[in-house]
Design a binder for this molecule. Sequence first.
Ligand SMILES: Cc1cc2nc3c(=O)[nH]c(=O)nc-3n(C[C@H](O)[C@H](O)[C@H](O)COP(=O)(O)O)c2cc1C
Length: 391
Amino acid sequence: MRIEVQRVLQRFRRLPVVLAPMAGVSTPRLVAAICNEGATGIHAGGFRSVMQLAQDIDEIRSLLGEEHQHAFGVNLMVPPEGENGGVDDAYSKLELAQQIERARVSVLPFYQRAQGASVVVPTPKVTPSCYKEQVDLCLDKGVPVVTFVFGRVKPSEIKRLQDGGCVVMGTATSVEEAILLRQDGVDAIFAQGAEAGGHRGSFLRGIHLVGTMSLVPQIVDAVYPLPVIAAGGIADGRGVTAARALGASASAIGTAFLTSNESEAQPLHKREILRKDRSETDTIVTDVFTGKAARGFCNDFVSQYRPHNSNQQFDRITQGDMPVDITRIRGEQSNVAPYPIQQALTNPLKQFCIAHNDPTLISMWCGQSFRLATDNKVSRIIEEIKDKLRL
Ligand SMILES: Cc1cc2nc3c(=O)[nH]c(=O)nc-3n(C[C@H](O)[C@H](O)[C@H](O)COP(=O)(O)O)c2cc1C
């Protein structure tokens, strides 16, 4: 086993806790706070330009104690293959144009609610992915761990990173995806269960919503001896203990660190998660904000976006306490534009909501265990986990 992988595993043995990557939430300060407590911090490279990410990496390094310099990683969002982020490949130009138009019509009432009747929905501006440059940056900067989400990376690219000294990890939401990642040559796998907050990391067709309790041991068995990091609904020492019992080498915690004292997440986001009047059934997996399935709070935007009289066109299903609100039928009938166009369409609403402290039209990503989240300092959250693990 390569020395870099051994080093990561050794750290997991001492403290099997990972800061899950969270685009739009993770900051160098939070990553460093986690790493300096002995855990492993993965910074989200998603939606960061190459220059911003370079600055983040330098800042993380400057905040890390000497013995924790190898404790951090960077998470990259793999863009769909093909021209124009794969969007043109999946849809004919006409279909795509019609779909975007329907999405523009659907967001209009929300824009009007936010900004007044005379508002015009702007043409969505999609920022081209800088994923390739981010990979080069991670290599240039010697980032110790590089993790991927939303896709597979060519085996040659994985090898290039490994030869450059990086430990490479992929994200799977099913056993099938995990096996493909192993075949591609990754060093470890994030097993993301259905409880997880934020975007589903799925890259094979379909909605994969297998709970962490079921997914982790099945992936552990399927990819043995590759290390597996459990993610989804783990928020304290009980969850980390359970994930270990299921065979995970570590637990990735997102939501419970999002609200921590050192997190610089939007105060509105933190406040909504920490509200005492919420029920654990308040989250939903939906694609209406970005065009990609993600878990967050169900608010007005989610519940009012789809036409109510169109059950056949929009498949809104409820599986027990696991509500799902996903466009199953693409093309002509859908009023959700494909990712990342839908995201570009809803982004201005986000700016409005943040400015007005309004949680009703904005994505509030969070996992199903959000009621366990606190605003405690990272050191206290980790202390509790260590106590439970008797470390
Ligand atoms: C606000 C937010 C943003 C996220 N962004 C990313 C991301 O950029 N990359 C990624 O691989 N996963 C992302 N995730 C998923 C997390 O890495 C992780 O799977 C999830 O938070 C674990 O579930 P938990 O929130 O219940 O702890 C995000 C999750 C949240 C809550």
